[in-house]
Design a protein around this ligand. Structure first.
Ligand SMILES: [Zn+2]
Length: 483
C-alpha cells in the first residue's frame, strides 16, 4: 500500500476526500454504461476512459478493484431502431454491444469483471418494485396498455440530496414532466406497460418493461449486494438518473448506495454539449480512422476528468502532437538508455518521477501527471545522459500500467500518426517532408536570432494553409480546415 492516500472528489459531499474501501482492499465500482442503440460518439468514450483510469490508479495504489459496467439493452431508442430496421430489439442491442466492445478494446480499456445487461436482471427489478410498493414508495397507474409503476418521491425524504435540488424547486423550475397520471410531477417510472409489438416481461401487475433508472439499482443489487465503494458516470447522469438510483436503492435498503459518487465532465463543441440532436457528433470509429484510438485516450487524459473538454480540431491535433512527442521520447529512450545504478539521478528528475504517481492519487489528475512526464523528458533531452533516459524508461512502464499509453513500438506508432495526418489533410508524403524541412530551417534561423527570416517562413506556410504551433516541447504543424 502506498504511503500517500488516494483522494477523490465525492459529488455527494461536494469535496475531495481520502478514499478508503468499506472492507479490506476490495473496492466495488459501478459505472453507468451505454444504451446500445447506435454507434457511439467520442463523448461516450469519456466515462469508460475515466473508469479505466480509476481502476488502474486503485490497482497501482494496492487496492483490488471490482468493476461493473452495464449495458442498457432495452429502451425506447432501441425499440425505435428495431422497428425502423424491421429487426428485433435483441438484434439491435447485440449488434451495438459488439461494436461497443470492439471500440473499448481499441481504447485499451481494461475489461470490467462484470458487464450486466438490463434484460438479464428483470427478476431483481420485479423484486425491487414489490419491495418498494410494500414500503409505500411505489404505486401502480393504469394506462390504456396496462399498468405502469411509479416511484413516490414525496415518501423518500432524502430525494434531491445528490443534485442539491428541492422537490418544490423542481416543479417551480418546470424541469420535470407534468404527467396527469402521476401523483406528483417529480415521480418517475419504475416500470412501463408495453405497447403492442414491444418486448415485454410478465410481472404480478401485468406485462411490461423496465424504466431506465431501475435497471442500474437492480444490477448493483445483483452484483454487489453489500453496496458500492464508488459509483460513477457522466455529470449529465447526476440528475435525474443517479438521484433516482439513490431513491430506489436507499429507499428499499435504508443504507447508502455508494460511499463515493464520481462524475466526469462532458465533451463539448464550443459551449454546446455533443449530442445527436445538435448534429455535432464525432463518431468514435471516425475518430479512430482520422486520429487513432490512442489520440482519443490521451485527449481525455491530458484534461482533468471533472473539467469539461472542448472537442475542437485544434485540441485533437494538440493531443496527437503530444502523443507523437511521447513516442519520439520513447524511441530515444530505447536507443540510448543504459541502466547504470551507480550514477545518481538529478533530484529534479527523481522528484518529477514521484510526482506522476502523486498526481494520480490526487483525484486522478492525469493532466498533471502527463505534464510531469513531459518535464522529465525535457530534463533528459537537456542532460543527454543515458542513465537519465533509463529513468524516463521507467516512466514509460508506469505510463503503460497507469495510463494505458505508449504500449506500441515507437516506429510503428509514429508511422501511423504520420499516415493519418496525411490522410486527413489530403497530402502526399513529399508535401509533409517539405513542411518539416521548412520548420527546421525556421528553428535554425530563430536559434540564430534571425526572427524576421523565421517569421517569413511561418507567413509563407500560413499562406498555404499550414498552421504553425509553437509549444514548450517544440513546434508542430497542422492544416487550416477546408484547405
Ligand atoms: Zn445508471
Amino acid at each position: 500500500m502506498t504511503a500517500i492516500p488516494l483522494k477523490l472528489y465525492d459529488s455527494l459531499r461536494q469535496k475531495k476526500l481520502e478514499f478508503q474501501p468499506r472492507a479490506g482492499n476490495r473496492v466495488t465500482i459501478y459505472c453507468c454504461g451505454p444504451t446500445v442503440y447506435g454507434l457511439i460518439h467520442i463523448g461516450n468514450c469519456r466515462p469508460p476512459i475515466v473508469l479505466d483510469l480509476l481502476a488502474r490508479t486503485l490497482r497501482g495504489a494496492g487496492f483490488d478493484p471490482h468493476v461493473a459496467r452495464n449495458y442498457t439493452d432495452i429502451d425506447d431508442k432501441i425499440i425505435a431502431v428495431a422497428q425502423k430496421n424491421n429487426e428485433s430489439a435483441d438484434q439491435v442491442a447485440a449488434r451495438f454491444t459488439e461494436t461497443y466492445e470492439r471500440e473499448m478494446k481499441a481504447l485499451k480499456i481494461v475489461e470490467p469483471q462484470h458487464k450486466p445487461k438490463a434484460t438479464q436482471t428483470i427478476s431483481e427489478m420485479i423484486q425491487m418494485i414489490e419491495g418498494l410498493q410494500k414500503k409505500g414508495l411505489a404505486y401502480p397507474v393504469k394506462t390504456s396498455f396496462g399498468t405502469d409503476m411509479y416511484f413516490r418521491v414525496s415518501e423518500f425524504k432524502d430525494y434531491g440530496k445528490l443534485s442539491k435540488r428541492k422537490i418544490d424547486d423542481m416543479i417551480a423550475g418546470n424541469r420535470i414532466d407534468v404527467d396527469e397520471k402521476k401523483e406528483h410531477p417529480a415521480d418517475f417510472a419504475l416500470w412501463k406497460a408495453s405497447k403492442p409489438g414491444e418486448p415485454s416481461w410478465e410481472t404480478p401487475w401485468g406485462a411490461g418493461r423496465p424504466g431506465w433508472h431501475l435497471e442500474c439499482s437492480a444490477m448493483i443489487e445483483q452484483i454487489f449486494p453489500e453496496g458500492l465503494d464508488i459509483h460513477m458516470g457522466g455529470i449529465d447522469l447526476l440528475f435525474p438518473h443517479h438521484e433516482n438510483e439513490i431513491a430506489q436503492s436507499e429507499g428499499l435498503k435504508q443504507k447508502p448506495l455508494a460511499s463515493f459518487w464520481i462524475h466526469n465532465g462532458l465533451l463539448e463543441f464550443g459551449q454546446a454539449k455533443m449530442s445527436k440532436s445538435l448534429g455535432n457528433l464525432v463518431l468514435a470509429h471516425e475518430f479512430f480512422t482520422n486520429y487513432g484510438a490512442d489520440v482519443l485516450r490521451i485527449l481525455m487524459l491530458q484534461a482533468h476528468y471533472r473539467s469539461p473538454l472542448d472537442a475542437s480540431d485544434e485540441n485533437f491535433e494538440r493531443a496527437e502532437s503530444m502523443l507523437q512527442r511521447l513516442y519520439v521520447c520513447k524511441e530515444v529512450a530505447e536507443k540510448v538508455a543504459i541502466d547504470s545504478p551507480s550514477e545518481e539521478l538529478p533530484p529534479e528528475l527523481q522528484r518529477l518521477t514521484e510526482r506522476c504517481e502523486e498526481a494520480l492519487l490526487d483525484d486522478l489528475n492525469s493532466a498533471k501527471a502527463l505534464g510531469y512526464v513531459l518535464s522529465a523528458a525535457r530534463v533528459c533531452f537537456r542532460t543527454q545522459k543515458p542513465s537519465h533516459w533509463a529513468a524516463w524508461k521507467q516512466i514509460i512502464s508506469w505510463m503503460n500500467d497507469r495510463l494505458g499509453l505508449l504500449e506500441e513500438i515507437p516506429s510503428t506508432a509514429l508511422a501511423q500518426i504520420f499516415a493519418r495526418r496525411l490522410h486527413r489533410f489530403g497530402m502526399t508524403e513529399k508535401d509533409a517532408k517539405e513542411i518539416d524541412l521548412q520548420l527546421k530551417e525556421r528553428e535554425r534561423l530563430r536559434a540564430e536570432k534571425n526572427f524576421a527570416a523565421g517569421d517569413q517562413i511561418r507567413k509563407n506556410l500560413e499562406s498555404r494553409g499550414v498552421i504553425v504551433m509553437d509549444g514548450p516541447d517544440g513546434t508542430a504543424w497542422s492544416m487550416k480546415r477546408g484547405v
